[in-house]
Design a protein around this ligand. Structure first.
Ligand SMILES: [Zn+2]
Length: 72
């Protein structure tokens, strides 16, 4: 059980680092085609409007809320 949890959190951490790196370094970052959180396809319009986006609009909202609240 713990191995599975470790792998999941490692993956999550990796994706988060990738997202942060994309924000910091690459303004022309390639947007994800699918949300890293829920796996839903991200509309092409959103991919164009939000370069380097990794989440669908819903999950991005959730993520920003989480970051504001400072909770893990
Ligand atoms: Zn999503």
């Amino acid at each position: 059980m713990t191995e599975i949890i470790d792998q999941a959190s490692e993956l999550e951490e990796m994706l988060r680092e990738q997202a942060i790196a994309a924000h910091r370094i690459n303004r022309n970052a390639v947007s994800a085609t699918h949300c890293v959180d829920c796996g839903e396809a991200i509309p092409e319009l959103r991919q164009e409007k939000v370069p380097g986006c990794q989440r669908c609009a819903d999950c991005q909202q959730d993520e920003e809320l989480r970051m504001k609240q400072g909770s893990i």
